[in-house]
Design a protein. Structure first.
Length: 84
């Protein structure tokens, strides 16, 4: 179990949550994400949790955050494919 380095309060806004996720939105994560059958669960476990985002995909805001992250991961893959 990784130590908690920072705690984002439940009053976190959507934009603060996305900002916390940015370091985890990478091309390598996008490639792993693309191979998943349950993308939302993978995003929650591998991006939202490590970013200490206090929402889950069981809440409306958590789903919105997750979908935004998924769109950004997809965009990274599109850029990678179009530049190849």
């Amino acid at each position: 179990m990784k130590p908690i380095t920072r705690i984002i309060p439940m009053s976190t806004s959507y934009s603060e949550a996305i900002k916390a996720a940015v370091p985890f939105i990478t091309l390598s994560n996008a490639k792993v994400y693309a191979a998943q059958t349950d993308g939302m669960l993978w995003v929650e476990e591998n991006i939202m949790d490590p970013a200490d985002i206090p929402f889950t995909i069981c809440s409306k805001i958590g789903v919105l955050i997750c979908e935004t992250i998924e769109l950004r991961l997809d965009a990274l893959l599109e850029v990678e494919c179009s530049s190849s």
